[in-house]
Ligand binder design. Sequence first.
Ligand code: SF4
Length: 164
Amino acid sequence: MARLLPAALRHIADRYGGDASRIWADGSSGAAVARRFLAFDGVGPKIANMAVNILIRDFHIGLATPMPDIAVDTHVLRVFERLGLLDRLEHSQLRSTRDKQGLRLQLRARELSPEWPGELDWPAWHLGTKWCHAGRAPECGECYMGEVCPRVGLSLDSPYGSGT
Ligand code: SF4
């Protein structure tokens, strides 16, 4: 961070005349803003998409289409799989399989929410961090998706059970 922050400030000074808000200038699409964030050293696809989704959702910045993708995150992926929104890939533990599943998550979010795939980002992340835990039993009885969730991959035989 000690190296990346000065580099980010230099990039804002050089590329945007010192005005960070020009990254999301009027008329910009969500995809374009994500692409601009990716130009910062240390920013990858997850952070780039997440940053744009936060700009839209929390700072009410109006952006044009195409809108940003969902940020591929371990909590989001787990929740999509347990909710039955994305089939698991069980055939391999190789890294390429994890990468493919991340891309499949992005494509699935585009299918489900074509106007703004990244809108699914925060709700899924919130479920994953509040109730749908990875390392301990999910709290399905508390989760607001408990009534409809098929709990894919969870069973009474699993180390974590269904959490109900
Ligand atoms: S109901 Fe349970 S398995 Fe389904 S999303 Fe909520 S915590 Fe996860």
